[in-house]
Design a protein. Structure first.
Length: 213
């Protein structure tokens, strides 16, 4: 698969001015996460024929709003992208709007389909559904945001979250047919439906993340 190259000066700007901001976010939304999303997005850009530069930027900015309220981070991130005057060096106003909308549309809980292929790519890339990644991020989020919960309470929160989001009938949506996420989501759902296996995975990850191993 041929992946179209991203403009080197654009990449330099993003890697020096934008991506370092993810170092201040929690483990579920940190630099490792955004790097994985960018990598996933670039593969989808190649398979869909989307503009590589636009995909790269939309993916890089997708969680930038996590510095503010999490519930509206997608809106905040879109505003930050639109307000970044440096991006006018590489993109037209129309392209800026499309990328802003892609950031706004990436949330897993969104009921409506993203407004463009760029929104679909970022949303799909953000749904890194390899089971280990899904469950570890859920544990990390619980430890970060609910530090007063004990081990049992963390399990209960974890189970409620992954069931409502990733379980059969959950609210997550996939927007690009045939993506690797389809098979990984099937694996995640099979694990969720097997509670003893899911509990074992949770407590293993929990102990690793909580420094108990």
């Amino acid at each position: 698969m041929n992946i179209s190259p991203v403009s080197l000066d654009l990449m330099e700007y993003v890697e020096t001015k934008i991506l370092p901001q993810y170092n201040k976010f929690d483990k579920a939304h940190n630099l490792t996460h955004v790097t994985r999303v960018i990598e996933n997005a670039m593969l989808l850009a190649a398979s869909t024929g989307a503009d590589a530069n636009m995909v790269y930027v939309a993916a890089a900015y997708h969680d930038l709003g996590m510095g503010g309220p999490r519930a509206i981070h997608h809106i905040t991130g879109g505003k930050m992208l639109f307000a970044d005057r440096q991006l006018r060096r590489w993109f037209s106003e129309k392209q800026i709007v499309i990328m802003k909308e892609a950031v706004e549309d990436h949330r897993a809980s969104a009921a409506k389909a993203p407004r463009s292929i760029y929104g679909k790519i970022v949303a799909e890339a953000d749904r890194d559904l390899e089971p280990e990644v899904v469950f570890r991020r859920a544990v990390q989020f619980g430890l970060k945001n609910y530090p007063d919960k004990n081990r049992t309470e963390q399990w209960e929160r974890f189970y409620s979250h992954v069931s409502s989001k990733y379980g059969r009938g959950g609210y997550i949506h996939l927007w690009i047919p045939g993506s690797p996420n389809e098979e990984n989501l099937r694996k995640v759902r099979n694990i969720i439906s097997n509670i003893p296996v899911l509990r074992q995975m949770f407590f293993k990850i929990y102990d690793e993340e909580n420094g108990e191993l």
